[in-house]
Design a protein. Sequence first.
Length: 109
Amino acid sequence: MHEALFDDGFLEDTGVATLDFAKALIDEGFHPMTVYFPLVVHGAMLIEPTETESKASLDWFIAVMRALADEAKAGNVARFKNAPVLAPRRRLDETLAARKPVLRWTPPK
């Protein structure tokens, strides 16, 4: 067993979507989990830590997930809707990015 699958039931009635929750993880220094897959689980959050993760790092991840869940339940919706704010890139318009992808990169000068 190397993965865990959760649903977003704990976010019900908070105004925070699964994607918002995943984006907030970026501000906490974690790569966000796979969201909305598999499709048979509503608001799926697929977490796949590698075998190189220590128990301490897994415990830290769990603590962050619990803290974020508590923030969502406390009504701090702006914290999630604006995330990520500490990353080099802010939240993209994902619909626009999917419909009109920009497939080029120019190195900084």
